[in-house]
Design a protein around this ligand. Sequence first.
Ligand code: ADP
Length: 360
Amino acid sequence: MAAVQLSGIYKRYGDTQVVHGIDLHIDDGEFVVLVGPSGCGKSTLMRMVAGLEEISGGELTIGGTRANGLPPQQRNISMVFQSYALYPHLSVYDNIAFGPRIRKEAATRFKPRIEAAAKMLNLSGYLDRLPRALSGGQRQRVAMGRAVVREPSLFLFDEPLSNLDAKLRVQMRTEIKALHQRLKNTVIYVTHDQIEAMTMADRIVVMNAGRIEQIGRPLELYDRPANLFVASFLGSPSMNFAAGVMVSAANGVALQLGDGVQIPLHGVNGVSGATAKPGAKVTLGVRPEHIEASNEGIPMDVEVIEPTGAETHLYGKIGGASWCVTMRQRASIEPGQRVTVRFPEQHMHLFDTESGRRLG
Ligand code: ADP
């Protein structure tokens, strides 16, 4: 087991800097997910931890030992990739035994470990098969088995589920989480999928353009996103936003949206001092599931209705912007119909429009 410390980690390719000074401490046994849009530098960061990319600046320690420049095989890590990278001509058993054999371990030592891993990963009946005779999920499990028998102090997963179909992805997500709960190893897991991040992580690191936007427990980030980027990245359907200007209103202040609709902000967290000054540019954010239907309130002309079975998404315009409202109960609403909604105060997020930073 190992804690991992990244201090001021940089990566440059020639003149181009792609990772801009990352500081991150990962506790021993923690499951940390690096998430962000494609090209934000997650894989590069993980590959620097693995020793597959040179670190341009900063310090990396694994298990308290400085690891900059240490060859990958001396870092005591296992990595699972998106492409399972199995040897097609070797059986499941031989694929899993490949590493121990290369390291010239005695079969009496590694055989029990392989059998235990196969049992844990539901592969016991498949040890003689070739990879081509396995399903995608089984192949991914073999790749994990290979990682597990190394008994590494640190597991690195780089988008391991991206090649699987939607149903299998959900199943493997649960399996990887269960595996971690059993082995209690340190995990760094890279994905662009915010649902994977939310469901699997002890802590999520949201990255954007080579920088960390926010670090925290999944629900902390969901409930209190630090900025517009994190607010829009986590959650599906995404948080709704409408930009407006603060105005004086009868009962304190209100946010006047693009189409003139005024949202009273009396009692809303984040409304104070400079923010509340008339003229301040503020963006309101509300998650679709937090919007309530009400007899009076803000009008929304419904344009599109999407029933998913468990819930119904209504799409329409609020404050001149396109918004989504999620309803748990079924309702007979038709496109073209006008509904009125309200936003509970505790679920209104306010952001400084220019900096994108959360207010309050
Ligand atoms: P992610 O994993 O978040 O999709 P990457 O870490 O793969 O992002 O890439 C981060 C940035 O670094 C991207 O802009 C990418 O184009 C750039 N990059 C990655 N590898 C190289 C390379 N070998 N040479 C130059 N630029 C690279």
